[in-house]
Design a protein around this ligand. Structure first.
Ligand code: COA
Length: 329
């Protein structure tokens, strides 16, 4: 028996934040943003709504797609770095929102690799035989921690949620096959939100210094992201005897088009193998991979037996790649 994806969904808010909008906020241009990042617009959630709103929307879509009731869900894992609040967990809020009365849930706070880490955690609960239906949701309201006066970061991020339902298969055929993950905490200072935690609680000073916004050394993250994603993707392909021709879709975390294109080039993948939607959404952190998967599923591009690789890199640093074979008809 293997864990398989039995439903996939996403939720993107309606309000757009275009490059033209950002030109009004910071000293930048559409040409600079598109050429350096590939991003044309992002979607932004209403100020009065939190990450759980998008997560619950994606969760409800999973239930509709799979035609099951919320009481059938055993576990909800929400990957996010922008929980509604530190506690209770966003998973608790989603559980209540969708009325999933027979389950438990928790958040996993990893950043851009959050979804893939949560996904593999969920796989263990299925493959030990413990549970039959686990929801894995990647949801982030990045606009809530983005400084719209900092042109280095505000151009990059957007808000969205993506979700999958994992269930056991009847056989040892298609499903979630393998993964390679890494964490290297020596990178902890290159991509962080310094304020608001136990080390630096909120204070007038922390607010004045902008410590409650995401901060990063973009150049370091850029280089490390390419190296990390290429390394774990190569290793997982070697380990599983996969050649480039065996891969139907490579679904990378959507942080910067140049990161994706450079990684794909180093891996020798063809354009049509690489799933890209960053131009419409920007970097939605834990949501990027399930959202990209959901879009190609909705477009009818996935067939049973297709080999797929997920790959992500982000804060921590934490990164990795997953090999799966599509199991739905
Ligand atoms: N508009 C215009 N100019 C900008 C700008 C903007 N929005 N942002 C930065 N610049 C300027 C810089 O100030 C710099 O000017 P200077 O040379 O006078 O100092 C110049 O453009 C080049 O900046 P640089 O940082 O070298 O650009 P870059 O090509 O490395 O692109 C990022 C910057 C942030 C887009 C890129 O490094 C990146 O995407 N990094 C990865 C970040 C990421 O994805 N993090 C999320 C987690 S995975």
């Amino acid at each position: 028996m293997r864990a398989i994806i039995s439903a996939v969904s996403h939720f993107a808010p309606e309000e757009k934040l275009t490059n033209a909008d950002l030109v009004k906020l910071v000293d930048t241009s559409d040409e600079w943003i598109v050429s350096r990042t590939g991003i044309k617009e992002r979607v932004i959630l209403d100020k009065d709504k939190g990450t759980s709103y998008m997560a619950a929307k994606a969760a409800r879509s999973l239930l509709e797609q799979r035609k099951i009731g919320p009481d059938e869900i055993d576990l909800i894992i929400v990957a996010t770095v922008t929980p509604d609040m530190f506690f209770p967990s966003t998973a608790s809020i989603v559980q209540h929102e969708i009325n999933a009365t027979n389950c438990w849930g928790y958040d996993l706070l990893v950043g851009c690799a959050g979804f893939i880490f949560a996904f593999i955690t969920a796989k263990q609960f299925i493959e030990t035989g413990q549970y039959k239906k686990v929801m894995v949701i990647g949801s982030d309201k990045m606009s809530s921690i983005t400084n719209y006066k900092d042109r280095n970061t505000c151009i990059l991020f957007g808000d969205a949620a993506g979700a999958v339902l994992l269930e056991p298969s009847d056989d040892n055929g298609p499903g979630i096959m393998d993964y390679i993950f890494k964490t290297d905490g020596s990178g902890k200072n290159y991509l962080q939100m310094p304020g608001g935690g136990s080390l630096c609680p909120a204070s007038p000073e922390s607010i004045a210094k902008g410590l409650h916004y995401l901060q990063q050394d973009g150049k370091v993250v850029f280089k490390k992201a390419i190296l990390g994603m290429v390394d774990t993707t190569r290793k997982i392909m070697e380990k599983n005897g996969l050649s480039n021709e065996d891969i139907k879709f490579y679904i990378p975390h959507q942080a910067n088009l140049r990161i994706i294109e450079s990684a794909a080039k180093k891996l020798g993948l063809k354009k049509e193998q690489v799933v890209i939607n960053i131009e419409k959404y920007g970097n939605t952190t834990a949501a990027t991979i399930p959202m990209a998967l959901s879009e190609i599923y909705q477009a009818g591009l996935l067939n049973k037996g297709d080999n797929i690789i997920f790959s992500a890199f982000g804060t921590g640093f934490s990164w990795g790649s997953i090999f799966l074979t599509w199991a739905m008809e």
